[in-house]
Design a protein around this ligand. Sequence first.
Ligand SMILES: *Cc1c(COP(=O)(O)O)cnc(C)c1O
Length: 346
Amino acid sequence: MKIIDLRSDTVTQPTPAMREAMANANVGDDVYGEDSTVNQLQEMAAEMLGKEAGLFLPSGTMGNLISVLAHCGRGDEVILGNQSHIFRYETGGISALGGVHSHQLPNQKDGTLLLEDIEEAVRWDDAHEPVTRLIALENTQNKCGGIVLPQDYLNQVGDFAKERGLALHLDGARLFNAAAASTSSAKELATPFDSLTFCLSKGLSAPVGSVLCGSQEFIQKAHRLRKQLGGGMRQAGILAAAGIIALDEMVDRLGEDHLRARKLAKGLESVSGLILDEGTPHTNMIFMRLAEHIEYPGEKVAAHLHKARGIRISLTGARSFRLVLHYWIDDEDVEKTIAAFKELLG
Ligand SMILES: *Cc1c(COP(=O)(O)O)cnc(C)c1O
């Protein structure tokens, strides 16, 4: 039985082209800056996003941590969303390792932080208060449904940050999904930001890694922090080779995943035991919950689908789920998934 793994786009396996590129990659010691494949990936990413330089990293979490550490000193403050990945899912790293204070603002349904909330959150120059240094946004915003933050909004926050002398960071783990679902290019979406990370290892299907982009000066600082955190890798070109294929071949096809997400959502809407979140899917993720008349818990539903049909989904609460589309899910898998839910929940 083929496993239809809809838990996340992090489960994506490298493509055959990636495995071949990995086997044949030119490599060197990247801590000495001598891995030509890593250098190529970094230049490519920076170019695509309109930044001066890039840095290859083991994970997006490390990219966000390094960015916050590069922009803020101990006791300084970062303004971020209470539904942001940095706040919720990075084990409090910015405070544990950086002593950086987080100022959490409510993410609105559309994934944004209200501009007036941001304005109000910026501290006075007062000996009692921490110093505000950074605003961090997320695009697509995962917890708000994989929603895309609009270009106008990003520009407004960018203008505000400039005006107030604050740095602006983007957790763009799924930035290319945002671009695929928007009229803006990834470069345009990246323009207001001083630094940004994106994941190679999600919808782009590379096995490992993220890239951090920013100014030459910022990346120099980030490079030192990467070493400090133990993220200096040696012949990392083996991994970067897959990243190059990801940028070359996988970016332009992300719209297919969004299309399949809509197809799947349409099918699931007709299942009487399911209630889809309003507006879902915005990109490659479907969020939904069990209707009230369904008596068994979400855990049971997920376990049954896994055991009986080889379909894996994520629980986001006692009665709610997330399903994520990606390169390894095809139309047949979508049909099978709809059929399995229909059979189980009417
Ligand atoms: C996946 C993800 C990250 C980084 O995750 P890693 O697993 O550390 O690569 C950061 N932000 C968001 C929104 C994510 O979805």
